[in-house]
Write a protein that binds this ligand. Structure first.
Ligand SMILES: [Mg+2]
Length: 168
């Protein structure tokens, strides 16, 4: 469960664009170019457009302010709380072996529990970014541009090697 008082809690990306014919320099500065008007369908699943990271930041700020918990929510505490929530996600997967996409063998209750724990991770991640003054949406764009440079689709197609293992 998500922390209630703050005292005791103390690869994501998919390559959605091909390498630019103009070379990597342009790709490093441009944002991701999504197909289908900004929606990349994968296995028929997409997210809802809202809430945004900023919406989540604002909702969590209101939640903590209403409880006078901001005094506990320094970066280190938030980081540790987030790691704790990652552990709660891990508990849901442990001992199951490999799990198929879409979790077809999970009950609705188990899926909802996973949704709760993933949300806890995200909420703490967003608050941690806020308290560290990392503009997370823009940071994601910069990092994905770097990832595209590090792993050019033309070079790494179908391979799971780390970037240091690729040769020119
Ligand atoms: Mg939790």
């Amino acid at each position: 469960m998500m922390a209630t008082n703050g005292k005791d809690d103390c690869g994501l990306y998919g390559d959605v664009s091909s390498v630019s014919a103009d070379g990597p320099a342009e790709e490093a500065t441009a944002g991701p170019k999504l197909q289908n008007g900004g929606t990349v369908h994968r296995g028929g699943f997409t997210f809802s457009p809202e809430p945004s990271f900023e919406d989540v930041r604002r909702m969590q700020a209101q939640f903590t302010d209403e409880r006078d918990w901001n005094q506990f929510h320094q970066p280190r505490n938030l980081f540790l709380a987030m790691v704790g929530e990652v552990g709660e996600v891990a508990e849901l997967f442990q001992w199951r072996g490999e799990v198929a996409e879409g979790l077809p063998d999970w009950t609705e209750s188990e899926r909802e529990q996973l949704a709760h724990e993933l949300s806890d991770v995200l909420i703490y991640l967003v608050e941690l970014a806020e308290k560290c003054h990392v503009d997370l949406p823009q940071a994601v764009l910069r990092k994905m541009a770097l990832n595209r440079l590090k792993y050019p689709a033309s070079k790494v197609q179908g391979s799971a090697k780390k970037y240091t293992e690729y040769k020119d």
